[in-house]
Design a binder for this molecule. Structure first.
Ligand SMILES: O=P(O)(O)OC[C@H]1O[C@H](O)[C@H](O)[C@@H](O)[C@@H]1O
Length: 542
């Protein structure tokens, strides 16, 4: 079964056909299929020349299968059935989708929240294999996870070399560290960028360790691959032309739904691919995930195997390749370089600078509403009287073509600790979870505005929509949530704890956003459970 793209609306079908015809007359589909790096203009060419390897992966990644097979075998022999993946952005989003779709368990660490990291550390350490995945080998979150796990293994009398597997690019500092420490290393294809790396070692190694059939993924992608050179019947061209043409016509908010699909969680992966690839030079497409489609004229609804204005159907391996190709096509139509991420570094640098200081400059709250402190400046300048007013004023500040982004630097598993009656039904349990989940805030605010509301966990989103927030159209309103840390985690060999790093990441990003003149408010929960409850209640009190 291959991938198909269908349109549920004549206007979009016409726009897409027109854009596709233009691209065909310029020879683009075939040139892209052949890996031509000149398609995005001279400035983008040097980067594109080393970023098109994803086109070959359905075949070239097969060379990894024997090595992956050995790693799987070795983990099995040692009884290691708890697979933990430390990796940010492109280095963990694909394995997350692959394993949830295959229904095999994988613990993903793409957080600096001390509570969430402790949760993973305290779960079956004696049976844990840790995959440390970083292309650059220099990502601070992933480096911290490696250090924390190395210490935990040693303290438990376990040799880290028996438990840690590294995936990285050849020549990275992580490769050196791994070789010195005696960790097995799987080298990834250096000619593929992070967000296009689903079918490289980054997608395959952790997924195979967790029990997914990765050869099948490559087969599914291989089936689509020949279509990508075609002028007709090319799902990548049809999708890319639709995304690009719609955005140029002003529909640049992409609501992605996967309700009916057997593929689980693909929208989060697409979110990173599209937001980081297109959100730059004041342009871009904003992915909106986990939301009900609204009526805003700038929204385009894409469904994975389910009815959208745009529907993309087919198996996961093929979907990866088609969305990647489509993103490259949309990038050409939008006139941006789909392979760089110029603004991601900004927040990282701010965070680095903040960590060098003795005290983090948190500032003074402009308001304290029970367990919630409010930092920053609200549009209009006046001091708000309570939390409901803060939320209302943020909603009112969203420009006509803009959006509200909620960014929660919290433990994304914590809601599952919400107490419920012993004999609670599944529905009652779900209600208890959602009443304790910061992500519930998205829906509560979304019903109060015509504009899109996005939700991201920090620092995970910094490697995804974070690029769009800073590099895309400057029409966002930003709401950060941070929380008090009860039990912190030291990062061995570093002068900071995870809790300090997490807060520095929030403050670093806030500086980057506020520096652009965008409204950016931080809510700090001095008691996390009570704080989430107050926040959800405040969102209702208009
Ligand atoms: O794999 P790493 O080098 O650790 O990078 C992880 C992530 O970092 C950055 O945020 C990039 O913008 C992402 O595209 C990348 O996936």
């Amino acid at each position: 079964m291959s991938v198909s793209v269908t349109f549920g609306e004549d206007r979009l079908a016409e726009q897409a056909a027109e854009a596709a015809a233009r691209l065909v007359s310029e020879g683009v589909p075939e040139a892209l299929s052949n890996g031509d790096p000149t398609l995005w203009g001279p400035d983008a060419e040097p980067e594109a020349a080393i970023r098109l390897g994803w086109l070959d992966l359905p075949q070239s990644s097969r060379r990894l299968l024997p090595q992956i097979g050995e790693l799987v075998e070795r983990a099995r022999e040692r009884g290691l059935d708890h697979v933990v993946l430390a990796g940010m952005g492109g280095s963990s989003l694909a394995p997350e989708v692959i394993t949830t779709t295959a229904d095999v368990p994988l613990t993903v660490l793409d957080t600096t929240d001390p509570g969430q990291v402790l949760r993973a550390l305290r779960d079956r350490l004696d049976r844990t294999v840790l995959v440390v995945a970083s292309k650059s080998g220099g990502t601070v979150e992933t480096d911290s996870h490696r250090r924390v796990y190395e210490r935990a293994f040693r303290e438990a009398g376990i040799d880290p070399a028996e438990r840690i597997v590294v995936v990285t690019d050849p020549g990275s500092p992580l490769e050196r560290t791994a070789v010195e420490a005696g960790y097995p290393v799987v080298l990834a294809d250096p000619n593929v960028g992070g967000r296009y790396s689903a079918l490289t070692a980054f997608g395959l190694v952790p997924s195979a360790l967790a029990g997914a059939d990765v050869e099948r993924l490559l087969d599914e992608a291989a089936e689509v691959r020949p279509l990508l050179a075609r002028a007709e019947g090319n799902p990548g061209l049809d999708l890319g032309a639709a995304l690009g043409a719609a955005a140029l016509a002003g529909r640049d908010k992409l609501v992605i739904e996967d309700g009916l699909s057997e593929i689980n969680g693909l929208p989060d992966w697409i979110e990173q691919l599209i937001a980081e690839s297109t959100g730059k030079s004041g342009r871009g497409i904003l992915p909106v995930v986990g939301a009900e489609p609204g009526d805003a004229p700038d929204e385009l609804l894409a469904g994975i195997d389910s009815d959208g204005v745009l529907t993309v159907s087919g198996p996961l391996g093929g979907q990866f390749l088609v969305w990647e190709y489509a993103t490259a096509i949309a990038g050409r139509l939008l006139g941006i370089d789909p392979f760089n991420q110029p603004n991601v570094a900004e927040s990282k640098e701010n965070t680095g600078r903040l960590l060098d200081r003795e005290e983090l400059p948190t500032g003074t709250p402009i308001l304290v509403d029970g367990p919630v402190e409010v930092y920053g400046e609200l549009p209009g300048g006046e001091v708000p009287k309570d939390l409901p007013e803060v939320l209302t004023r943020l909603l009112e500040a969203i420009p006509e073509d803009g959006y509200l982004a909620i960014m929660a630097y919290l433990d994304r598993e914590a809601a599952f600790d919400a107490p419920h009656a012993e004999d609670a039904s599944f529905e009652e349990m779900t209600d208890a979870w959602s009443a304790a989940d910061p992500a519930t805030l998205r829906g509560r605010l979304a019903v109060r505005t015509e504009r899109p509301v996005t939700f991201g966990w920090g620092p995970r989103f910094l490697h995804s929509t974070g690029q769009y927030h800073k590099g895309g159209p400057q029409n966002g309103v930003f709401l950060q949530i941070t929380g008090a840390v009860d039990e912190d985690v030291e990062v061995p060999g570093k002068p900071y704890t995870l809790g300090r790093l997490q807060l520095a990441q929030a403050l670093g990003d806030q500086d980057a956003l506020a520096g652009r003149g965008r409204p950016a408010v931080r809510l700090h929960l001095t008691d996390r459970t009570a704080g989430v409850a107050r926040l959800l209640e405040a969102a209702r009190e208009a």
